[in-house]
Design a protein around this ligand. Structure first.
Ligand SMILES: [Zn+2]
Length: 223
């Protein structure tokens, strides 16, 4: 089971090939294509970070139910029950996230991160999103990008920016330094999970725990 939409980069091609001899499932294949964001970096493809819209992800993961049931019909009832529980849990997580983000003062409702992982999050939860790099973590950021972002943050008096668990911190630190040089003290609001979960066995090692961590980190820093 993998995400798809090129999130896995070259590994996605390998997984697709593996699909000829083994069962592989791309969760994103069950997502409603009309709700997907087009990628600006890669024409003709989609932004893969769909799990940051909890409602969209919930629906996409329900596509696993018929697949798993077909593979393991003996445990059909178990999968059915898990799918129902998961739908309930994620629906309430979606509503909670909406409430939390709405509690941030409107002029601070801006999420600034190193790479553009939060487009779906921004659309779903009504928070403006700015990333220093594009959708891929492979692309480079330039000095012009840094100075544009510094100008934006300083003018809007944004309180905090965020580092990501899967992207080196130096790009966002360059932005913080740039803002301080212009007399605006912006802080690093914390670390967000963007392309991976937390360590196994921790709350952030689950999907819902990871979302809760991100939402709490964002609201605490911007409220
Ligand atoms: Zn990413």
């Amino acid at each position: 089971i993998y995400n798809g939409l090129h999130l896995e980069g070259k590994m996605g091609d390998i997984l697709e090939k593996l699909g000829r001899t083994r069962k592989v499932i791309a969760v994103s294949a069950s997502a409603d294509k009309s709700l997907l964001r087009k990628s600006e970096d890669f024409p003709g493809s989609y932004d893969p970070h769909i799990w940051f819209n909890v409602a969209l992800w919930q629906k996409a993961t329900q596509g696993l139910l018929p697949e798993l049931t077909a593979l393991d019909p003996e445990n059909a009832a178990y999968y059915q029950e898990r799918a129902k529980k998961q739908a309930e849990e994620l629906n309430s997580l979606h509503s909670w996230t909406l409430e939390q983000i709405a509690s941030i003062p409107e002029n601070q409702r801006v999420l600034i991160t190193a790479h553009d992982a939060f487009g779906y999050f921004g659309d779903a939860y009504k928070i403006e999103v700015r990333g220093l790099q594009g959708i891929s973590t492979v692309s480079e950021f330039g000095l012009l990008d840094v100075s544009n972002l510094v100008k934006f943050i300083t003018e809007k008096r944004i309180k905090a920016v965020f580092v990501e668990s899967s992207v080196p911190k130096k790009s966002i630190e360059a932005v913080v330094t740039g803002c301080r040089d212009r007399g605006h003290k912006v802080k690093i609001g914390g670390e967000l999970y963007s392309d991976a979960l937390g360590a196994e066995g921790t709350p952030e090692g689950t999907y819902a725990g990871m979302v809760r961590h991100n939402v709490n980190t964002i609201t605490r820093a911007l409220r």
